[in-house]
Structure formats: structure tokens, C-alpha cells
Design a protein around this ligand. Structure first.
Ligand SMILES: [Zn+2]
Length: 114
């Protein structure tokens, strides 16, 4: 918010005011003002609702399954030395993705908020 001079009476008025408080003349904003507002719009409140409890539960279950499945798969591969490099990589990725999913879900889960 800035104070600008009324073009009619010279009184200082807020640039947010629609009209001068002294004489009622419409406040003339400097030409750069509108451009500035266009480049700097006020941050809009997020309209996206937080994920529901059911969605988070599913996310948690899927992440857990990916993690546990990856761990089980990895240990199964270890016993079989002939496993290919791609299979080992996919199993390791499954463990990592599952673990990340569990952590993200734990952070999002409603037990931290009301
Ligand atoms: Zn005025």
C-alpha cells in the first residue's frame, strides 16, 4: 500500500482507495501500477482440498506394499545369483519408492492436524 496525491485536491490518499476521501474524485493510479499488479498478483488461496483420509490410507497401503514387496523381492534375488541387473535395479527402485511413499503419507496423514 502506498500513498498518492489526489489529482483534484492534492490530498494524500491510499492507492487502494477507489475515490479520494477529501473530494470524492476517483483515485488516479500511476500507469505502472496496473502493470505491477499484473506481474505481482496476490497469491491465490489453494482451492485444492487436502487429500481425504481414505485416499491417504490407500496411499499408505500401496506404499507399504511396494516397500515390503521390494524388500522381499530383493532378498529373493540375493539367493539367486543369476538375476539380471535390470531386475535388481527394479527391486531396489521399488524399495526406495515404497519408502518415500510411506514417509510422504506419514507427513500428510491427518494425525498431525485436526
Ligand atoms: Zn481529492
Amino acid at each position: 500500500m502506498a500513498l498518492i496525491k489526489c489529482s483534484e485536491c492534492g490530498r494524500t490518499v491510499s492507492d487502494r482507495a477507489a475515490a479520494c476521501v477529501g473530494c470524492g474524485a476517483p483515485v488516479k493510479r500511476p500507469s505502472w501500477f496496473h502493470g505491477l499488479r499484473a506481474f505481482n498478483p496476490a497469491p491465490e488461496p489453494s482451492t485444492r482440498p487436502p487429500p481425504s483420509r481414505a485416499a491417504l490410507t490407500w496411499q499408505a497401503v500401496l506404499s507399504m506394499l511396494a516397500f515390503v514387496g521390494g524388500v522381499v523381492w530383493s532378498s529373493a534375488i540375493e539367493r539367486r545369483a543369476s538375476a539380471g541387473r535390470a531386475v535388481v535395479t527394479v527391486a531396489a527402485l521399488l524399495v526406495i519408492v515404497g519408502l518415500c511413499g510411506v514417509i510422504v503419507t506419514a507427513v500428510q496423514f491427518p494425525w498431525t492436524r485436526k
